[in-house]
Write a protein that binds this ligand. Structure first.
Ligand code: ADP
Ligand code: MG
Ligand code: MG
Ligand code: MG
Ligand code: MG
Ligand code: MG
Length: 657
């Protein structure tokens, strides 16, 4: 969840008065950091994953699965173990993991204790470490509790029985009709974040995901389970008041989104320019990997017509006012803002000559004063735009104790805005002027998978793609508006097999105009862009020659007929250039095989598999309802898969846990 400062958080009415102060000092802090670290050079790859777990508590008597709200206790033990282990050099196992709180009081986040180094043998440590983390987390849970890596909990917000212990819905932070504030992490930052988003927005967040219409699902679907309260004006009737849309699953609190889990990967680059390049190249893959990892088809007890969590989170933290959303003319606010602060990136940032100005074709909203301040201090146009775009937002949580800090030492105000711009990619400066950590990039779109094997596979695939990108100096650029189109499509049910995505056709640098695609590592001669034929054509025309609609199978596995290698082709070519021993190569191939088969439809995504599980369940009435018993059986099955007690070849292929 980004920075976790301790202190007394301000109510929005007060925080908003300090927004300008936080932004102003945040920029000074960034500039100080920039001066100290802009020439930082690192010589090795360091990278790591973040896996988010939900703690599910089973009641075997009543056959119920609920989310356990005990995570704070579990985290405290884990944190203590981590601290003790750091002091004890013989205790190898425990320093291998690091634990962090998350938004939900039933969630925890685990990372490797140290970033992974080098390639490719070290890749084989990834799954081992993930397994170790799962075991370690389990060790401090009650016998009936299990850590589950599930992107969205199917019955979060269902009346009466989704949480252990049970609390009645409603509370002053979220004011949710479905969830108590006790679902939110108790640390003051989190309920304040939820409350200040609601206060800034001027109403509760309204999340509406299209329902999956099965044979017996009423049409139109008007959800009979939406309660009415009269504590707050917005609660009287969510349907009549227009917050809850017909034919949609309505959710009304931040926890529905930020209570989802994901799989994130962070890489350190050798320097800032390389980080900017990886950021851009990987940004184009955000939607592709979202569709390929799709794992979130069920919300608040209903099958939905989307397979992924992303838009749910985007709507769950949408703090834009009516003016900013364009529902009212601008009066008190400065900008009309097209997107939530949790959304896809709006601009490419690399000074790579392949990054042509026309690819940044989304009109970028940015703070002109901040842009000028950054430019005046030597920040180039693309980076100044990026930062001043992040800084159109207000800081949501300000701690009294941390309002006035030394801008030479602290990066708190910068991080306040940086860490609440939750986008598909994050460009991370070194944490401080003196930190040994370099410039990093975080890949954020992937959904967490049910098993460690799958999570390791996607983490390894992504890190190998970044190596191939650098080695072959690839060019994945397409207009960024097309990446946004891909992002929308990625949510569709079964997008992985049923949809096409814009993707660049010629992804290698061309040694001469018109020469066929090559896969030679960088260092091969490149010509000036002025000699490439498409530059002489009008933008619209040249772009359509540069990219086309492809299936995910084509994007991943290639299109041999036209010499397009696919991302796996790239990765395999890259591995071929290394001296990988046969055993390691075989091990890595197992992971790449999963990616290949998910992309070509031989194996199901977790989303498809869960849909099938529900639809084949004897208790399912073909009415989109995922009942308590179906949910219990699904959670039990997921746990058994992780213990190797149930085989799911349709999901994992030959792989056995
Ligand atoms: P955040 O929540 O801000 O995204 P975390 O600290 O939770 O970040 O996780 C960051 C990930 O980056 C972890 O997997 C960690 O192992 C990894 N990591 C740590 N140091 C480095 C580094 N120098 N370079 C790259 N990755 C790193
Ligand atoms: Mg997290
Ligand atoms: Mg984290
Ligand atoms: Mg974080
Ligand atoms: Mg992260
Ligand atoms: Mg943006």
């Amino acid at each position: 969840m980004g920075l976790l400062s301790l202190g007394t958080p301000m109510h929005w009415d007060e925080a908003k008065k300090h927004a300008h102060h936080v932004r102003t000092h945040g920029i000074i802090q960034f500039l100080n950091l920039w001066e100290a670290t802009k020439d930082s050079q690192k010589d090795c790859l360091l990278w790591g994953d973040e896996v988010e777990y939900m703690v599910v508590s089973f009641d075997e008597e009543t056959k119920r699965a609920r989310l356990s709200l005990r995570v704070w206790e579990i985290l405290q033990v884990l944190a203590k173990q981590e601290e003790d282990a750091k002091l004890d050099p013989t205790n190898k196992q425990l320093v291998d993991s690091s634990w962090h709180p998350e938004f939900g009081r039933y969630m925890l986040e685990g990372t490797p204790g140290q970033p992974y180094m080098g390639l490719p043998r070290d890749l084989l440590a990834v799954e081992r470490n993930m397994k170790l983390r799962r075991e370690l987390a389990r060790k401090y849970m009650k016998p009936n509790e299990v850590p589950i890596t599930l992107t969205s909990y199917p019955r979060l917000g269902c009346a009466g029985e989704c949480l252990d212990p049970h609390y009645k819905p409603h509370g002053p932070a979220a004011r949710s009709l479905f969830l108590p504030d006790e679902v939110i992490n108790a640390h003051a930052r989190f309920p304040t974040l939820a409350a200040n988003i609601r206060r800034r927005r001027g109403s509760k967040v309204a999340i509406n995901m299209p329902i999956f219409h099965d044979k017996n699902t009423p049409k139109p679907f008007i959800d009979p389970t939406i309660p009415t309260f009269d504590d707050y004006p917005e609660d009287k009737n969510a349907i009549e008041q227009g917050a809850a849309l017909p034919d949609h699953i309505y959710m009304d609190a931040m926890a529905f989104g930020m209570g989802c889990s994901c799989l994130q990967i962070t890489f350190q680059a050798v320097n800032v320019e390389e980080a900017r390049k990886i950021y851009d190249q990987m940004a184009t893959l955000g939607p592709i990997m979202l569709a390929l990892t799709a794992a979130a088809p069920i919300y608040r007890g209903y099958l939905s017509d989307v397979d992924c969590r992303w838009n749910v989170i985007a709507q769950s933290v949408d703090d834009r006012t009516e003016e900013e959303r364009g529902l009212k003319p601008l009066k008190d606010n400065k900008y009309r803002i097209p997107k939530s602060r949790y959304d896809s990136i709006d601009s490419y940032i690399s000074n790579d000559p392949n990054n042509k100005p026309e690819y940044n074709d989304i009109p970028l909203i940015y703070d002109k004063d901040i842009y000028k301040k950054l430019s005046d201090n030597g920040i180039d146009d693309l980076l100044a735009r990026h930062i001043s775009h992040l800084f159109i937002r207000d800081p949501l949580v300000i701690f009294h104790e941390l309002l006035n800090v030394d801008d030479n030492e602290s990066t708190d105000h910068f991080e306040n805005l940086q860490s609440t711009n939750w986008q598909t990619m994050r460009f991370k400066p070194p944490p401080s002027k003196t930190s040994p950590i370099g410039w990093r990039v975080e890949f954020r779109s992937m959904e967490v998978q049910l098993t460690d094997f799958e999570n390791a596979a996607f983490a390894i695939f992504i890190v190998l793609v970044t190596r191939a990108v650098l080695s072959f100096n690839t060019n994945f650029y397409i207009p960024i508006s097309k990446v946004d189109e891909n992002m929308k499509v990625a949510h569709h049910r079964n997008a992985v097999l049923g949809e096409k995505f814009h993707f660049r056709k010629q992804i290698f640098p061309q040694s001469r105009p018109g020469t066929p695609a090559t896969g030679t590592p960088s260092g091969s001669p490149r010509v000036s862009h002025a000699t490439l034929p498409h530059l002489n054509r009008p933008a619209g025309q040249s772009q359509s020659e540069e990219y086309e609609l492809m299936t995910i199978d084509e994007i991943i596995n290639g299109k041999p007929s036209v010499g397009f290698p696919g991302l796996l082709g790239l990765v395999n070519n890259y591995l071929n250039t290394l001296n990988v021993d046969i055993e390691t190569r075989c091990e890595i191939s197992k992971y790449l095989e999963l990616i290949k088969k998910r992309a070509n439809g031989t194996l199901m995504t977790a989303a498809s598999w869960m849909r099938q599980f529900v639809q084949n369940h004897p208790e399912y009435k073909q009415d989109s309802v995922v009942s308590e018993k179906i949910n219990y059986d699904l959670m039990k099955t997921v746990e058994k898969i992780n213990k190797g007690e149930v085989q799911v070849p349709e999901l994992l292929g030959n792989f056995t846990v």
